[in-house]
Ligand binder design. Sequence first.
Ligand SMILES: [Zn+2]
Length: 307
Amino acid sequence: MREAAQFLADGLHSGPAVALRDSHSIIDCEACGFKHALPLPDAAAMERAYRENYYAQEKPNFLSHAGEDQEWFALSQTDKLEMLERLLPTDRRRLLDIGCGPGFFLATAMKRGWQAHGIEPSRQAAAHARALGARVTEGFFGLETAASLGRFDAIALTNMLEHVPDPIGILRQAYDLLDSGGAICVGVPNDFSPLQLAARAASGAADWWVAPPHHLNYFDFASLGALLTRLGFVIAERSTSFPMEAFVMMGENYIGDPALGRACHNKRKRFDLAFEAAGLGQSRRAFYRALADAGLGREAVIVAVKP
Ligand SMILES: [Zn+2]
């Protein structure tokens, strides 16, 4: 039998510890309703790190890989845009991508007729997004910058909320920027998922998805959905991406092996693109909706409406 988890508290945040990494504990926070790191970092130090270092030091291959992955990336980008388009009349196409990175999502949106605006702290990524033709505000999304961005019909937050010390504040400000009937599309890693736990048990690897200080928050479909509902959103649709943990469960332990990781990534790209080549994109989307309904898949993607 497992021992009861240690209960940790820091200011408003308290809950049982679910993981420990370096000098951070991850708690299942009872106040926030999702798992996050303790202690949470100083906002100023975090801003410096993302402005200057993130793409250069932490993701040195991101821009080159993102370029070569773009045919595949466009599938999930288009899926997200179609989910938003189904919820909005055709004359409501003002989109904000918070943490737009190098701007590939904005570029796909513009091709579909969206007025696309991004906000992004990394100088290098923001410059890349501008070169693709997007309107980009360089900086952090927060109380100070949010008010200057304008009003929107749709807001996307992809792989962003896991990085920030106050994801609840970010979602509240996003809610305020949407006109009534507007929609949000949030994508985060689906962490502490049953497949991750099974892959961990099968491989003996430590919980590799725990990565503070870059990943501070650890959502799943239940905790992200409950948070959006608590803030006033009405959930419309859920989706996910390929359950990468399945490779580890099948013996392809790519944890700590970037070359094998890249090979597994290429296999899932082939899996997704094979549906498209057969004209079966609807079946690919149905497959990922079904996984999402079961709480599975690498990402938790939730589209929700501001009533
Ligand atoms: Zn908390």
